[in-house]
Design a protein around this ligand. Sequence first.
Ligand SMILES: Cc1cc2nc3c(=O)[nH]c(=O)nc-3n(C[C@H](O)[C@H](O)[C@H](O)COP(=O)(O)OP(=O)(O)OC[C@H]3O[C@@H](n4cnc5c(N)ncnc54)[C@H](O)[C@@H]3O)c2cc1C
Length: 382
Amino acid sequence: MAPASLAELRESIRDAIARRCPLRVVSRGSWLDANRPVHADTRLEVGAYAGIVEYEPGDLTLTARAGTTLHEIARATSANGQWLALDPLGDPSRATLGATIATGSYGPLAHHFGTPRDMTLGVEFVSGTGDVVRGGGRVVKNVAGFDLTRLVTGAWGSLGVLTEATVRLRALPSVEATLLIDIGSATAELERARTALRGLPFVPLAVQLVDAAARQALGVAGGRDAFIVRLGGNEEAVRAQREQLRGIGEAHDVDTEIWRRARVAEPAGAAVVRLSRLPSRFAATWQDAERIAERWPGGQLHGDPGRGVVRVVLPVDGNVLDASLRAALEIPFDGTRIYERLPRALWPALAPTAMHGAIDRGVKAAFDPHYLLNPGIFGELQ
Ligand SMILES: Cc1cc2nc3c(=O)[nH]c(=O)nc-3n(C[C@H](O)[C@H](O)[C@H](O)COP(=O)(O)OP(=O)(O)OC[C@H]3O[C@@H](n4cnc5c(N)ncnc54)[C@H](O)[C@@H]3O)c2cc1C
């Protein structure tokens, strides 16, 4: 099914309700191997429902249909010196606005600008009852009633099919610089650098800690862990920011292109888990992540000290035994462990379900009572 209009999309969902036919919601299909397997054979293709509906440079807001790619949005907004400051992994010419919001995907820029939840002002979606629902609005200040926008951001298309979203834009920095700061692998050294970065009188556009394997993949090889820091502003501001970074360690410039490379450098099909605790415990979280990566050939790490999150990326080829991958991933860890991508068979073992309790059940029953939209993507209802 590939509906070309809102009316056709509604019709497709109503038809699926009548036939009790579960649907796999698909946009450009670049990230369907992420998250749990979906129990649905019929695809509802919504990627062609695309295009910018309204762009108000003076208000720094843009409304676009869900299938619009991030690349198209960047092209339209850069002409006015603005950007949607979202850089999720993957090729921006394929990543769609709808899927980015549905999956709550973000990249290193979240360090400064936050995640889709912070920049989505309003949404329109078709629920699993076939109704068109609108939440939020098209302006920056609007708060009334339940916050449906935040509810469907990160709901992975399990409550409704997003059709349109309004997002907040930012001014593009006129000057950018990216610096790499080597740090030693001792935890004390990492903690010292993290504290110093946190104490800076400005918040960099992005800060990523990368291990030696991730550095290699990004083309900035070196034997030690390193912080990669993205600066932006006008010329004077960037000069001042550089000065302030000096106190942290020896910094040298790298090509700003590194951020684009980082989005596509990940080995296809790798198993990925995110570990997180409070940012103040970042050094300990990094150490735990190292224990996983050390057990796996080619394992790589990158993390955002400001958000307290470390992503562990383990390349998986066809010959890998699920049991050995499971053993590597199952280290004791007292923080939050979110799996992004796993071989199909490991989901029930490692993360039985993300749907617990009366609230989850109640929300699902209100928006998708027949359990037709991406069933299973959060695991089974319990
Ligand atoms: C190689 C690669 C790695 C990635 N890794 C990460 C990562 O590690 N972390 C991260 O946060 N993001 C990651 N992404 C995310 C990705 O950038 C965004 O999710 C992106 O927007 C996917 O776009 P798509 O149109 O191809 O989505 P699709 O692959 O078509 O869909 C992705 C998911 O979103 C749902 N969906 C799509 N459109 C809608 C809609 N209109 N309404 C409701 N649900 C919808 C689908 O059901 C599906 O579950 C990765 C992408 C790629 C290509």
